[in-house]
Design a protein around this ligand. Sequence first.
Ligand code: ADP
Length: 546
Amino acid sequence: MFASMMQQPLLVSSLLAHAERHHGDQEIVSRRVEGDIHRYTYRAMAARTRQLANGIAALGVGPGGRVGTLAWNGYRHLELYYAVSGSGAVLHTLNPRLHPDQLVWIAEHADDEVLFFDLSFLPLVEAAAPRLGKVRAFVAMTDRAHMPASSTIKNLLCYEDLLSVQRSEFTWPTFDENTACSLCYTSGTTGNPKGALYSHRSTVLHTYAIALPDSLNCSASDTILPVVPMFHVNAWGLPYAACMVGAKLVLPGPFLDGRSLYELFESEGVTMSAGVPTVWQGLLAHVEANNLKFSTMRRTVIGGSACPPAMMTAFQQRFDVAVLHAWGMTELSPLGTACTLKPKHLALPEEERLAIQAKQGRPVFGIDMKIVDADGKELPHDGQAAGELLVRGPWVIQSYFKGEGGDPLVGGWFPTGDVATIDADGYMQITDRSKDVIKSGGEWIGSIELENIAMAHPGVAMAACIAARHPKWDERPLLIVVKKPGVELTSAELLKSFEGRIARWWMPDDVVFIEALPLGATGKVQKARLREQYRDHLVRGQLQAA
Ligand code: ADP
């Protein structure tokens, strides 16, 4: 028997309509590419977004048409989020940190018809434009006064001109909630990048999920500054959640250094932020070096790669900012788990609470997870057994865009490529990515745990642990370390700090000190590049002798 409830589709446009109606005077503050601060309200933003929707239609983008963006976190990008998806087209956020060849490949694969870009990316767009055969128009996200001259870009339009000739009347269309609303490509560390094509339904459900208190805990009393880029998995969904709850939104533009972020945190009264660990290093270094404090910031979400416990301690103990460790991936829209403590943990000693917080957390409702061994047999949730993590849920991909790579599912579950444990309370802990795993004498060594110990050493700025070839054990852990400026530190001194904290056979065989770790387009350490360079480090002597 069917129920007798309304059949109202879950649509992205309804988030903006809600914010406009109920939080119309709430602010959105952006640091523009030009360096100045722009501020307006949800009411003003909604009106401009409707103008933009008319503008996009005038460019001939119809339902399902792909609109690419190359843009920082800013109000115009936010307007595109809602205007493109709201009108039934597909927002395709491109990562400007990718190599131009890869960008061209992705934009062509996505069939982008129009490309909107921030002025900082003009050289990139100029280099790519001649090869972007399917793009009809390039729109510089600026006003007439700042319009660049470009001889290589044909059909170069001005964002503010596009809006100014349009009316702000536009009725958001109603359509099936399974219609596509946005498209993000995974970074493709192996093979070509693949697209995750989200639906209105999956996006709205994901928004409810991330706003929950034990999840990212977003509310109307928050001022949210997403450092995580809007070109990386939709800034983890925060631009949608801010509208859903009516939070003040602060968008930092291209200025992601510690000083600029800190200034914005303080001047706008930011209460909550989110980003990958590498971003927080710059901020912490700035705050520590200048003896500063956070006067309004209460918590920050850290995810994208493992948050070292040393970073958690710094935020929580020195600055009274709670860290929320979270795990997700592009294929999951992205949120899978968030790490909040249960009441029974609150009385635990600091050290034990930190050990729980270092885990990636419990699944938010909607995400189902399990771990399996190499034969696909399900492993117990005992916090010990480690196996490949599989997930399913309404905001997990069913297949990649255009069916690329075939059917990714295994018996209805999406294999994440992460290796994890799950404990009896449901806390999941990533021990490795399957491609980063170190297999010594047939046994796994968790590189993340070794990195966390190294990063807890006061002389270490960054550390990565990789598998190096070994004649007897096949692979052994090799630690690659960046020292803090001016620090004297030897391998032996660093390795001493591992003693008693890990099984002896987990001890890294050697430490290599380098100037900087290679970072990928989303700020993660590129272990594949380190492996290329240092894979033979432990056998080099023998190779030379042979
Ligand atoms: P890619 O890095 O391949 O572009 P994503 O940005 O979607 O893809 O990253 C997803 C991956 O990032 C996860 O599969 C996992 O390996 C890693 N990851 C994300 N969050 C965390 C975390 N909190 N701890 C450890 N690893 C994480």
